[in-house]
Design a protein around this ligand. Structure first.
Ligand code: NDP
Length: 252
């Protein structure tokens, strides 16, 4: 169940990695609030056109921006063009992320680079690219998609955990640095959420993980989208620099 936040209507919000999973669900939830969703995708143009239609049908405006968050030139070009010719962006969800589950012993340097480049540097550079634009926008809220693993660590996820832990230090610094301009920045730390990322786990692993979750189930993308809408709206106007877990009690 997602509450209605009237101030999200017409708010211009960029969601990275919006083509599927949590990013897509957040985009749909924002569209249903009447927001102008600037959805980032990196691949398939046909799927992007279909997503645009879905977002408009849900009640929002929608603009697709194609770039890879690790491609600095393409990313800054797309964002500059949008903010200069369409509207300032006043909400940002740094959601694009990848994981590679393997023991540290087997992790290749290239794999470490791509996890850090996507999850941590991608978040930092997109935020930086929009920071001048944020000074012109009103009630800016940045939501960074961390992970419970960035707080508690996890065997076979050392690089992923490091990237998500780094995101927390970055977000708290942005919260302090930009608070005087009324820019807020918070981190969401999901536990296990049902998406393609966790679909890769076998049934036995899923059952084992569920046993360690007090609410005894994986969360849904809708539940993460609900918290994201709250943090983007002025309903959370006095919340900044926070790290909010959404994990069914996994890390109590
Ligand atoms: P998915 O793998 O389902 O989707 C990830 C999305 O990120 C895809 O749309 C993908 O694009 C996009 N993406 C990946 N790399 C890049 C890149 N370099 N540039 C632009 N877009 C990129 O993941 P989830 O929806 O499950 O996860 C979303 C976020 O939530 C991630 O940051 C993840 O770490 C975090 N999270 C997820 C949890 C879970 O249990 N699912 C738990 C904790 C955190 P494409 O379609 O082109 O591949």
């Amino acid at each position: 169940m997602i509450a209605t936040y009237s101030d999200l209507k017409d708010k211009v919000i960029l969601v990275t990695g919006a083509a599927r999973g949590i990013g897509k669900q957040i985009s749909l939830a924002l569209a249903s609030q009447g927001a102008h969703v600037v959805f980032n995708y990196r691949g398939d143009e046909t799927k992007a056109a279909a997503l645009k239609e879905e977002l408009v049908a849900a009640g929002g405006q929608a603009t697709g921006l194609q770039f890879d968050v690790t491609d600095y030139e393409a990313m800054t070009k797309a964002l500059d063009q949008f903010t200069k010719t369409v509207a300032p962006i006043s909400g940002l969800v740094n959601n694009a992320g990848i994981s590679k589950d393997t023991l540290l012993l087997r992790l290749k340097p290239d794999e470490i680079n791509s996890i850090i480049d996507t999850n941590l540097k991608g978040c930092m550079l997109v935020t930086q690219a929009l920071s001048r634009n944020f000074l012109k926008a009103e009630n800016v809220s940045i939501v960074n998609m961390g992970s419970i693993v960035g707080l508690m660590g996890n065997a076979s996820q050392s690089a992923y955990a490091a990237s998500k832990a780094g995101m927390i230090g970055f977000s708290k610094s942005v919260a302090k640095e930009m608070a005087s301009r009324n820019v807020r920045c918070n981190v969401i730390c999901p536990g296990f959420i049902q998406t393609e990322m966790t679909e890769a786990l076998n049934d036995k692993a899923k059952e084992e993980y569920s046993k360690s979750i007090p609410l005894a189930r994986f969360g849904s993308s809708e539940e993460v989208a609900s918290l994201t809408c709250f943090l983007l709206s002025q309903a959370s106007s006095y919340v900044t620099g926070e790290v909010i877990k959404i994990d069914g009690g996994l890390y109590i």
